[in-house]
Design a protein around this ligand. Structure first.
Ligand code: PA5
Length: 436
């Protein structure tokens, strides 16, 4: 039984039921390219059966490494960018306490988790070094290519800090590398220094790698049950054997996105009503943006946090240019319940909702927003998650991976490469005077 639902009733009148039926054949054809591994980029389809094929031995090794880090570190830094960063951050922020790093250790029961290498900000890294001053630290540097500049710079700086503090041998025992099995500068460094290493499979690209050690190690360090997450992904891997629009919501999602795009809706806004989904949306933006935005095509993936952004971007969404559609991402039940208290004087006139849970109020805010945006000319649909469990998130990861891959094939592009990312790098290297 899936923990993910997709409701499309607010696509009417923009998308008609017969149009969805008519595109079902295209979806099946795109899915066949995926399942038969005959489409563009088919060398990078390792993620397709990753949930069912990840060996228990690897999961145990990741858990063991995580448990060693948990016992040695008060703070853990995950260094990486793009696909080597966003999945872990999404999972940790989705699953854990909203103020996880601020919890007392006895409540957190895991190290504080920080991220580095996702920018080149001197202040960010200096501030992170400040935080590390009075904490025992472990690092995980993650890079598939092993040559990405941002994490490489952060690693140099943090490695220096570690070696100064723990000595070369002590630092070695606190550093884990996740990279390619054979190539790249990071692999070479890992071999030379004797760092514990995990391998990113050759056939899994960065943005599809959250269920490899890229995501699994930091997620396990944070205290999330990675076996549960993989089980969830396995559920959706099973669902994806069916490529029927009626039975596989990933197919229906890909179909409606394509129809909306053809109707001039070039921007998709992923709107969530739970702050824990902020980085899930960031992860999704990379997945969709890098997979589909090529050859002068592709939906621009954007996101907003609601109800926060109803007081900023809400105006634009309601009445701005009508080239957008919206996908709501909702959580049916929060981990913890709070209700609006009753006040005798009712000075703030809130007694009409006294006793109602915040989940109830948030749900009404979502329903009201979905209706208002539809009436304002923004077709919308809703992906609903039953809860904030690791299993549900595993399903969601696979759901998005599968539907985005389908969307890429529907557009006729290779969803597994990202040639455009090289352009800024080439210019930056030239400006930095790198010898090539
Ligand atoms: O999806 C991708 O492949 C990219 O976004 C990469 O994840 C990102 O550029 C980081 O690359 P690497 O892991 O090689 O450092």
């Amino acid at each position: 039984m899936s923990a993910i639902g997709l409701s499309t009733d607010k696509l009417e009148p923009f998308v008609k039921a017969y149009e969805v039926k008519n595109i079902a054949g295209d979806i099946k054809a795109a899915a066949k390219l995926l399942q038969d591994r005959t489409g563009p980029g088919s060398d990078f389809l390792g993620w397709l059966d990753l949930p069912s094929s990840t060996p228990e031995k690897l999961i145990d090794e990741v858990k063991e490494a995580a448990s060693e880090i948990r016992s040695n570190a008060e703070a853990f830094i995950s260094i990486g960018i793009g696909g080597s960063y966003l999945g872990a951050r999404a999972a940790i922020e989705f699953s854990k306490h909203s103020f996880n790093n601020q919890l007392v250790p006895a409540k957190r029961k895991a190290p504080e988790v920080y991220f580095a290498g996702q920018n080149i900000s001197s202040d960010y890294l200096s501030d992170l070094l400040d935080i590390m001053e009075d904490r025992q630290v472990c690092l995980n540097i993650i890079s598939k290519s092993g040559t990405t500049t941002e994490p490489a710079i952060a690693f140099r700086i943090l490695k220096s800090m570690m070696e100064k503090r723990y000595g070369k041998k002590g630092a070695k025992d606190r550093i884990v590398v996740t990279t390619d099995r054979a190539k790249g500068a990071l692999k070479q460094v890992a071999d030379e220094e004797g760092y514990k290493s995990f391998v990113i499979p050759d056939d899994v690209g960065g943005r599809y790698s959250v269920l490899t050690p890229v995501g699994l190690l930091p997620i396990a360090v944070a205290g999330i049950d990675i076996s549960e997450m993989i089980l969830g992904a396995r559920t959706f891997e099973g669902i994806s054997k069916t490529n029927d629009i009626e039975e596989n919501p990933a197919c229906l999602y890909a179909a409606t996105r394509k129809l909306l795009y053809e109707k001039g809706k070039q921007i998709e806004i992923l709107s969530s009503f739970h702050p824990s989904l902020h980085y899930v949306a960031e992860w999704w933006k990379q997945l969709a943006g890098e997979s589909e935005g090529k050859g002068g095509q592709g939906i621009f993936p954007a996101s907003v946090d609601l109800t926060t952004d109803l007081h900023s971007m809400g105006q634009w969404i309601q009445e701005g240019q009508r080239n957008i559609f919206e996908t709501f991402l909702t959580v049916e039940r929060s981990n913890r319940q709070l209700a609006v208290p009753e006040f005798e004087d009712d000075g703030d006139a809130l007694n009409y909702i006294a006793g109602k849970t915040l989940d109830y109020v948030n749900e009404k805010a979502y329903q009201g927003t979905a209706e208002a945006h539809r009436d304002g000319g923004v077709p919308n649909m809703t992906i609903s998650l039953k809860n904030r469990s690791a299993r549900t998130l595993g399903e969601l990861f696979y759901f998005f991976e599968y539907s985005v891959a389908l969307s890429g094939y529907l557009l006729g592009v290779n969803p597994f490469d990202q040639p455009g990312v090289e352009f800024y790098k080439r210019n930056m290297f030239r400006l930095l005077g790198k010898k090539i």
